[in-house]
Design a protein around this ligand. Sequence first.
Ligand code: PMP
Length: 307
Amino acid sequence: MIPSKFIWMNGSLVPWADANVHVMSHALHYGSSVFEGMRCYDTPRGRVIFRLQAHLTRLLDSAKIYRMPVVYSFDELAAACRSVIIENDFKSAYIRPIVFFGTGSLAVTPPEDTPIEVVVGAIEWGTYLGEEGLQNGIDVCVSSWHRTTSASNPVLSKAGGHYLNSMLIAGEAQRNGYVEGIAVTAGGMISEGSAENLFLVKDGIVYTPPLAASILGGITRDAVIHLIRDLGLELRLEVLPRDLLYLADEIFLTGTAAEVTPIRSVDRIAVGKGSRGPMTEAIQNAFFGLFDGKTEDKHGWLDAVEV
Ligand code: PMP
């Protein structure tokens, strides 16, 4: 990671080297943080943050679930996100807001006076699953780790502690020579990747698992659902058995980091012809077209950095 110049921390911009927290912070010990990841793109109409409003809404929703009052308003958080782009002179970047329980007590239930820290960092970050993967597709496996279910953790909250599950899924896959792992639910139904939602195409219809499949409600997933419908394609939200990963004509992942990444094999079984399929390519073009001006921003997803 290349350090940026400034990080927004509890209300003001501080130099990267000064943005520190204490080792006895609650979040370090128990994973009690909620966070977001969003991208800033350099577009023909200037720098934009993709779906800033939706990301901040999810951040505050995640905090609500874990009973973390955030003292900053929506507008203050939005201004903080813009400021880390402007003050770091970034053209494009990955923005990471995080809210967490600070130092106060080591009790698992943080006492009411435990400080709640709010930080927004930004770094330069290219493609997540590889440039080549965006063109040709990536090789994935089905993870031996099940996706955490709502019976154990509120998975709609994008909380730090939940990412131990993601770390196991992605780490196992990578140690075995795959780029990513796909988790199934305890019942063997397709859930999602370690940090991406999953779509598959079968006989011309696009399918994606519903929230009931223990997925995070991805903001890219929501955008892609709209783009699929805008393209006039049929989209179904359905609980999907693992088996369909081996029989699908096309599969792709969506996420802020992964953007829209095709999958070319699952457990070494080729998906379709073993390369990016035509519907995936059309959906990728619609998605990336938002940032080069070829797709009209008719849903109002591009939030200008300069306001
Ligand atoms: N699932 C998980 C577990 C994730 O961490 C992410 C990344 N935030 C996603 C799905 C994709 O969500 P989004 O499109 O909002 O980045």
